[in-house]
Design a protein. Structure first.
Length: 117
């Protein structure tokens, strides 16, 4: 099993920045992809970004491209999501996810990001 713990959410004004962290523990050797999803109230969960654990590739949803950056620290089994130029539409609960070849089997508990206008 793999456990994921997120941190770094909070309240920020529009135009501000936040950095989310997700640390994996357990059978992390079984993973090759980690990513972020988000879910706003009354909406379905949507993909935000992923990174291959070897750092070879990253991918972003169009809605965050150019504003968000995903990175990882393999030694710490941690993935980061740097979020810049935040706007109220980015308000959501952000979930870390992990798995193999973009099949995400493991999920964190979520961290709330609120962007005020």
């Amino acid at each position: 099993q793999v456990q994921l713990v997120e941190s770094g959410g909070g309240l920020v004004q529009a135009g501000g920045s936040l950095r989310l962290s997700c640390t994996a523990s357990g059978r992390t050797f079984s993973l090759d992809t980690m990513g972020w999803f988000r879910q706003a109230p009354g909406k379905e969960r949507e993909f935000v970004s992923y990174i291959r654990t070897n750092g070879a590739s990253t991918y972003y949803a169009d809605s965050v491209k150019g504003r968000f950056t995903i990175s990882r620290d393999s030694a710490k089994n941690t993935v980061y999501l740097q979020m810049n130029s935040l706007n109220p539409e980015d308000t959501a609960t952000y979930y870390c996810a992990a798995g193999v070849t973009r099949t995400f089997n493991y999920w964190g508990q979520g961290t709330q990001v609120t962007v005020s206008s």
